[in-house]
Design a protein around this ligand. Structure first.
Ligand code: PMP
Length: 439
């Protein structure tokens, strides 16, 4: 039997047998999508799911321009960065044009983990230090080095001896000013502790919307922490894997919202609309010694097909005005959620930056205690109704809403599924039309 039409039970059994015990599925009732278009996923029975979760298909599932760019380049040539090729340079140029002038180089990888791993190596060489400060429930990837900087992986994955954690500047239960002051104080304490243990600081590394810590996109909360690390001779590495590429609506990159140019920027998930493209951008001075001492070759990173895809994604973001769309639709969604909050005491807090939204779910007894159980129920109920969202945060009580960027205002929800709207000017509907035109 074809895997895509196999009953779910079969797939579950095969997954476990073949892939082993380390994988996890989303939702009590797993979703089995077989096709995607725009902001919609379709399962084997043709049921439509509104995708309000996936930021990887940034410009919409199977965007026809991206698919065409991929197919065209794949049909012509795919090699690597040890040969000359225009497209990788065109992509690097286009990407660098989105950053402040101080950021002069970009190095390409396949995953966000590799990008962070490379950033760690570059920061070590530039500073001569080995100490890294990350947030208490951070996630930065799967390599041995960055898994040791990803406390959200749980106690089973120990933190490195050179890693210190600080509370993310959480803006719920404390004012933004208190969050900022505490963040700075904790970074300073972490640096002092490193020194006590003979560790020289290399960098402060954080996700610019603190997604896995529970989504904290407020601004004015990181300055003191970054300044403390820089005073100690360390770098600021901005992880843009979550916040990057127009999602926050006001800026192309999350770090821009904080008004501080990082020394290193790491990129990933949304760059390739589903294709594995990621990278690291940096100030040239940061890479000078690293480049002299070591060569860099990532077999698949920056290959011509990936570069063509990356370019197509940037073109679509620009041509379809997806940053403005993220601002407009994100604000509309956040307004609706704020109205709901008036009626539901369990909606403790709504934190939004464009189409990155976190809903903090609490007990409805006025205590503001985190409620993982309510959060799980809400997310699984939404899935049953055909809307996909996720969960984040140390207490597993933040609903993470992070849809593909062409999300739009009009979505019709029926009791059994969500269907695409009829309006001709609706972006997600247009994507579905495009999709039908593909072979
Ligand atoms: N950094 C952050 C903030 C992430 O969210 C992720 C992935 N969830 C990564 C890095 C790692 O990226 P990848 O899975 O592509 O290796």
């Amino acid at each position: 039997m074809n895997a895509s039409s196999a009953p779910e039970g079969d797939l579950l059994g095969r997954r476990r047998k073949l892939l082993g015990p380390a994988y996890r599925l989303l939702y009590e009732e797993p979703v089995h999508p077989v096709r995607g278009a725009g902001v919609w996923l379709y399962d084997a029975d043709g049921r439509a799911f509104l995708d309000a979760y996936n930021n990887v298909p940034s410009v919409g599932h199977c965007h026809p321009r991206v698919v065409a760019a991929l197919a065209e380049q794949a049909a012509r040539l795919n090699t690597h960065t040890r040969y000359l090729h225009e497209t990788v340079l065109d992509y690097a140029e286009a990407l660098l044009a989105t950053f402040p002038d101080e950021i002069g180089h970009v190095m390409l990888t396949c995953t966000g983990s590799e990008a962070n791993d490379l950033a760690v190596r570059a920061a070590r060489v530039f500073t001569g230090g080995t100490g890294f400060v990350v947030t208490r429930f951070a996630y930065h990837g799967v390599t041995a080095a960055v898994a040791e900087m990803s406390p959200s992986l749980g106690a089973g994955v120990g933190l490195g001896a050179h890693v210190r954690t600080v509370a993310a500047p959480a803006t719920f239960r404390q004012t933004p000013a208190d969050a900022a002051a505490r963040f700075e104080a904790e970074v300073r304490a972490a640096i002092a502790d490193m020194r006590t243990h003979g560790i020289r600081p290399a960098a402060l590394l954080f996700d610019t919307v603190f997604a896995s810590d529970g989504v904290f996109p407020a601004t004015g909360i990181v300055d003191g922490g970054v300044a403390a690390m820089r005073e100690a001779g360390g770098l600021y590495i901005a992880d843009e894997v979550q916040a990057g590429l127009a999602r926050t609506g006001s800026h192309m990159w999350g770090f821009e919202r904080h008004g501080i140019v990082p020394d290193i920027i790491t990129l990933g998930k949304p760059m390739g609309d589903g294709h594995p493209i990621a990278g690291m951008a940096a100030k040239p001075a940061v890479l000078a010694e690293f480049g002299e001492k070591t060569r860099y070759f990532n077999t698949f990173g920056g290959n011509p097909v990936s570069a063509a895809v990356g370019l197509a994604v940037l073109d679509v973001v620009r041509d379809e005005g997806l940053m403005a769309n993220a601002a407009r639709v994100g604000a509309y969604l956040a307004d609706g959620l704020h109205a709901l909050r008036q009626r539901h005491a369990s909606l403790g807090d709504i934190r939004a930056a464009g189409l990155y939204i976190g809903l903090e779910i609490v007990e409805d007894d006025g205590s503001l205690r985190p409620s993982a159980a309510r959060t799980a129920r809400l997310v699984n109920d939404l899935r049953r109704r055909g809307v996909l969202v996720g969960i984040s945060g140390m207490h597993a009580n933040v609903v993470k809403v992070r849809p593909p960027l062409p999300f739009s205002r009009r979505m019709r929800i029926s009791s059994s599924s969500v269907s695409t709207p009829a309006s001709a000017d609706d972006r997600s509907h247009r994507d579905a039309d495009f999709h039908r035109r593909l072979p």
